[in-house]
Design a protein around this ligand. Structure first.
Ligand code: BDR
Ligand code: CA
Length: 322
């Protein structure tokens, strides 16, 4: 059983963070110690409110939620970034999530303190699954000298590796969204020496969204599947192709089923120069000039789609663990 901390820029389904969270909560092979929120797809407040409400709807109020970082480590959020996809920074109050504002409250301890304390108290036992910008994890690394050496493993959804097939960016031509939101944080984490498995866009692009898995999932009746019916059903009615690729789902599924993905060991670093490639990840099988501090990590680049989707359906439609 993997004891994990899930770090997410959460939004309600059909967004991928929610589907990955469902897998984490449903799988008997995963024990979610806590969920930490970060600004990304959503503002921090909206991510937290959505997550708390989501846990009520799926009857998992037992899972503690810790509020994380509101802004990236270093850079100012440009007007351009605010107007592109993602509400990763917003000073607007959160809008009401499905079914009303949550009664469940977040914990008083901050996300970063929770990460640090949990990991330090149980060295080599905790896995972090990070499916949003890496601001919280980078701060935890900066906060405690023993944090990095005490983490068992981190699985990160982020980056796009141009030296492997399907390696274009999605936020900019070369940069993937999570890394682009907080490039310095991504660099701190990748250079930390923590054992890392990266789930970049290259492997996300081996997935396909489809109505078929949705139909199979909602043929079983659980609190999770009825939430999916409510949130995804109307979208499918408008457009049977509305789901894009699976991103965060691959990261969490690969923790439970490492055999469904292929990985290669590469040195990976992130461009933090404020130019056209800000936030771009670069991977190679050796060190190159300027990347002297880069570490070798595992990079996922392919996946067995048929196996993946069958197992994904199984995990999402599992009866709740009580
Ligand atoms: C990543 O960005 C977000 O939109 C997704 O949730 C995923 O974590 C993909 O680039
Ligand atoms: Ca995400």
């Amino acid at each position: 059983i993997h004891d994990i901390i899930l770090d997410t820029d959460f939004s309600m389904p059909p967004q991928d963070d929610a589907l990955a969270t469902i897998v984490a909560l449903n799988s008997p092979k995963i024990n979610v110690l806590g969920i930490t929120t970060v600004a990304g797809n959503n503002s921090l407040e909206q991510a937290t409110v959505d997550l708390l409400r989501f846990l009520e709807i799926v009857k998992r109020e037992d899972v503690p939620v810790f509020v994380g970082s509101n802004m990236p480590l270093v850079h100012e959020v440009s007007d351009f970034a605010k107007s592109t996809w993602g509400k990763w920074w917003s000073d607007e109050p959160p809008s009401m999530p499905l079914g009303g504002f949550p009664k469940k409250k977040a914990e008083r301890q901050s996300a970063v303190d929770f990460m640090v304390n949990t990991v330090i108290n149980r060295p080599q036992e905790i896995t972090i699954v990070a499916i949003g910008p890496l601001t919280n994890v980078a701060k935890a690394i900066r906060q405690h000298p023993d944090f990095a050496k005490s983490v068992k493993e981190i699985i990160v959804m982020g980056g796009a590796i141009a030296t492997l097939p399907d390696g274009a960016g999605n936020a900019t031509p070369n940069a993937e969204f999570n890394f682009w939101v907080d490039p310095e944080a991504a660099r701190v984490v990748l250079r930390s020496g923590i054992p890392i498995t990266l789930s970049p866009l290259n492997v996300s692009r081996k997935t396909k969204g489809s109505e078929t898995w949705y139909e199979k999932v909602v043929s079983v009746n659980t609190p999770v599947t009825s939430l999916l019916k409510q949130t995804m059903g109307p979208e499918f009615e408008k457009d049977p192709e509305f789901i894009d690729l699976m991103y965060d789902q691959v990261a969490i599924m690969s923790l439970i089923y490492p055999d469904i993905v292929k990985t290669v060991d590469l040195y990976v670093d992130v461009d933090i120069n404020h130019g056209i490639n800000y936030g771009t990840s670069v991977g190679w099988d050796g060190i190159w000039p300027g990347a002297e501090g880069a570490k070798k990590i595992k990079v996922q680049y392919d996946l067995d789609w048929k196996k993946f989707i069958d197992l994904f359906i199984k995990e999402v439609s599992r009866p709740p663990i009580t």
